[in-house]
Design a binder for this molecule. Structure first.
Ligand SMILES: CC(C)(COP(=O)(O)OP(=O)(O)OC[C@H]1O[C@@H](n2cnc3c(N)ncnc32)[C@H](O)[C@@H]1OP(=O)(O)O)[C@@H](O)C(=O)NCCC(=O)NCCS
Length: 143
């Protein structure tokens, strides 16, 4: 069972939903709210599975902090706590992907101790390509 709540300095993540597999990732997903000072400031998702498509394109962890709350370390903490969720679930590694121009997200990965393994081109037939995404940075973290 995944942890319901994990906390760290300045915030916490709380499990709000188990999402059934659906497009575009087609994997079960744990949706956690990112909370700080009694407010929900964003969300972090743990996508369950280790398919090539997940590890190569979508990534196993995705995060978003609402614009008003950015720049305060919430994504960095949430990412670290999501890695703890994966470790608790028995994963030995985690893959996070982000667009090369998304410097804030890349920094979140760096701060989590992730290694930039490669920057890949998105295949033209992939759903991400239809959405205008041409490349992804692939970060790996040993748990
Ligand atoms: C990416 C995102 C989650 C970061 O959230 P956040 O809570 O502001 O992140 P943090 O406060 O933890 O900051 C992360 C680091 O990025 C740095 N950073 C922020 N904006 C930056 C920029 N434009 N260029 C370079 N670094 C930047 C911060 O300074 C911080 O590094 P530091 O601690 O060394 O100073 C947020 O911008 C967001 O929700 N964006 C839209 C959704 C998204 O892109 N999600 C990621 C998909 S892969």
């Amino acid at each position: 069972m995944p942890p319901e709540m994990l906390s760290g300095e300045g915030g916490a993540i709380r499990l709000c939903e188990h999402l059934e597999p659906r497009a575009p990732t087609h994997v079960p997903t744990l949706r956690y709210a990112i909370e700080a000072a009694g407010q929900t400031v964003g969300e972090v998702r743990v996508r369950l599975g280790d398919s090539d498509d997940l590890k190569r394109h979508f990534g196993q962890i995705g995060y978003e902090v609402y614009p008003a709350y950015r720049g305060r370390g919430h994504a960095s903490l949430a990412c670290q706590l999501a890695l703890t969720v994966m470790r608790d679930l028995g994963y030995g590694e985690a893959w996070i992907t982000c667009n090369p121009e998304n410097l804030a997200s890349r920094r979140v990965c760096d701060k989590a101790g992730a290694e930039l393994v490669e920057i890949i081109d998105i295949p033209v037939e992939h759903v991400m390509y239809e959405h205008g995404i041409r490349q992804k940075c692939r970060y790996r973290i040993v748990l």
